[in-house]
Design a binder for this molecule. Sequence first.
Ligand code: ASP
Length: 438
Amino acid sequence: MGIIVAKFGGTSLADSYQFEKVKRIIESDPDRKYVVPSAPGKRFDSDNKVTDLLYLCKTHIEHNVPFDQVFQVICDRYISIAFNLKLSIDLQPHFNEIKAKIINGASKDYIASRGEYLNGLLLAEYLGYTFVDAKDVILFDSKGRFLEEETDDALGNVLLKCEKAVIPGFYGAMPDGSIRTFSRGGSDITGALVAKALKADVYENWTDVSGFLMADPRIVKNPLPIKVITYKELRELSYMGASVLHEDAVFPVRQANIPINIKNTNEPDNPGTVIVSNLEKQDEHVITGIAGKKDFTVIAIYKNRMNSEIGFMRKLLSILEDYNISIEHLPSGIDTLSAVISNNSINGKLEDVLDEIDKRLKPDTVDVLSDMALIATVGYGMSQRRGVAAKLFTALSEAGVNIRMIDQGSSEINIITGVENNDFEKAIMAIYNAFVNE
Ligand code: ASP
C-alpha cells in the first residue's frame, strides 16, 4: 500500500455535483488517504469564487458597508452542498462564529481562510475522513514567515496518527494562533507540504484541465498534451506564463523527489501530466512545450571595446536597480549588451533610464526595441540532439518571422527567441508545426 496525497482545486469542489465526482475519484484508489481541498470555486464563468467573496466581506467592513448579503451568498454555497449531499453537520454555529469574528475586526487572512476551512469540514464528513485543522500543522513564525521544518514535523506527527484525513489548503497559523494564509492559489502549497511530510508516492493535483498542453490552445489548434515533464522544464515554461500550479508548490515535493500528477476531476481517466525530477526515457518529441509572453522592451547597448571595460555590466544593472526595474534577460556579445525588460516594469521610466545610460556608460549607440514578445521553446531532448536550433530558426524564417533576439542561456533546455508582438502567434504556430507535426 502506498500513500497518495490528493489536492482538489476550487472548481473540483464548486458544488455537490463536483463533490460526488471527487468522492468517486478518492474511493477508486485506497491509497488516496490524505486530501487537501480548496474553497469552492466557480461553477460557471460568471460565478464567484468563495475566496473572492470572503475578501469582499473584508472590503465591505473596511468601507463601513454592511457585508451581510455577501456573507449570506457564501453561507448558501455551503448550505446547498451539505443539503444535497445529505450531510449531518450543523453549519450555523460555524457561520455565527465567523460572522462575529468579522464584525470584531478579524484579519483578512482569517476571513479568507474560512473558505477552505468550511469546505474541509464538509469534505471530511462526506468522505468519512478525519478533519485536521491546518492551523495545527501548517506553521508560521510571529512575523508570518513560513516555518518549513516545524511544519514538516507537525504534519508528520499528526497525520501519521490518522489513517485518512482531510487538511484544508491555503492557511496555517502563527505561534499565537492567529491565521496566516499563503498567497493566492496557495492550497497547492499545502498539498505539496503534506505530500513531502508523509513521503507520499505521488502528489496528485486535481484541477479542471488534464495537465499541460504543448502550446497555448488559443494559438495552436488541439495541441498535444505533455505526458511527462521535468521540474526544470516546467520552471522554464511557467516563467513564460504556462501556469496550472502555484510556483511555490514545486519546491517541497521536488526536494523530496515526489512526482506531481496534474489531473482533471472532470476527466479522471485522462492520465494528465506527471512532473518528475529526471526523465528516465526520452519522450517521443524533441521539445516538451512552447510558451511565451508579449510586451517586452529591449535596450540594446553597443560600445566599442565594451568587453575590456571593467564594471560596465554592473553600472547598467545599478541604473536599472536605481529605477526599481527588474531584468528578465541579459543577452550579451563582445561589444554589445542588451537588457530585456517587461513593459510593465519600465513604462514611464524609459526616457530617464536612457539618459542615465548615456551619462554613466557613454555607449556608442543605444537602440530600443519596444513591443517585443519572447517565446521559450523548452525540452530536454534539445540538449542531446543536433540541428534543433537550425530547425527552429528555419521554421521561423519560413513563416516570415523576423527574429530580433536569441538567448539560449546555459541550461540547454530552453531557446528563447525575441520576435515582434505582431509575429507572436505566427511564430508559436511555426515552431509547433516544425517540431510536432514534422
Ligand atoms: N482559495 C484560495 C484562492 O482562491 C487558495 C486556493 O484555491 O488555492 O486563492
